[in-house]
Write a protein that binds this ligand. Sequence first.
Ligand code: ATP
Ligand code: MG
Length: 273
Amino acid sequence: MSENKASIDPKAYMVKSEPYYEAVADEVELYGAAYNVRMPMMLKGPTGCGKSRFVEYMAWSLGKPLITVACNEDMTASDLVGRFLLDKDGTKWQDGPLTTAARMGAICYLDEVVEARQDTTVVIHPLTDHRRVLPLDKKGELVEAHPDFQLVISYNPGYQSLMKDLKQSTKQRFGGLDFDYPGEKIETQIISKESGVDQATAGKLVQIAHRARNLKGHGLDEGISTRLLVYAGQLISKGVAPVAACNMTMVTPLTDDPDMRDTLKAAVQTFFS
Ligand SMILES: Nc1ncnc2c1ncn2[C@@H]1O[C@H](COP(=O)(O)OP(=O)(O)OP(=O)(O)O)[C@@H](O)[C@H]1O
Ligand SMILES: [Mg+2]
């Protein structure tokens, strides 16, 4: 049986250059304090509001490797922890991303962890209390987490049904930070910086988004995300006509309902006509 511990290279997981992140409140300081005590963290907020960008920025600023796992409902505990693989020399243990992160002292970001089944999420329990260990049952090994290891999960509070939520015993292992779309001034700044459009155009995109966000729960499941505003800005700065750019990024992906589309298109027309 061969091992793959030697092949872990933290350098491969370092965030190479400073990610652009515009702080919205005191989240950078609060996260830094949580990291100092290696508190597991839960980032809550709607899609495309900056959670992943924030984690990348924090990993860069703390100088720690970052391992991100996109969770889904087909994911098993082995996908996180690892499994035996068969190769020409026999069986070989392959660490999963969570085990790799625990060994090397990375920040492990489990994106949309609620999507995973509950029997999958319980593998994080011994890592997220005073024990800080990860039992590899199939291998018969107890991995002690590196002192720098920290677990971060993201969570979109809008999407949970009662059937699909984290258990209290999972939730209560984390500190939480609420995220939301940034305020008007900061979001305008972000759109302009990320897409290259001028402040005036970015400001209009944000205004349209504010109108659409008011429709959440009144025909729209989710407001227009900061991510989609960046998309709109990118098309406009490449010369696409603003109305076409907005329809493509801020109307079509959002809803199939013809009335709702008309409402959104009218908001676009108000600002770009
Ligand atoms: N505070 C911010 N500073 C800089 N860029 C931001 C910020 N907030 C959002 N963005 C922009 O919005 C985009 C989407 O953000 P991000 O991918 O972090 O969303 P998310 O919250 O992780 O969404 P999801 O839940 O869908 O994964 C980023 O690529 C970035 O361009
Ligand atoms: Mg994300």
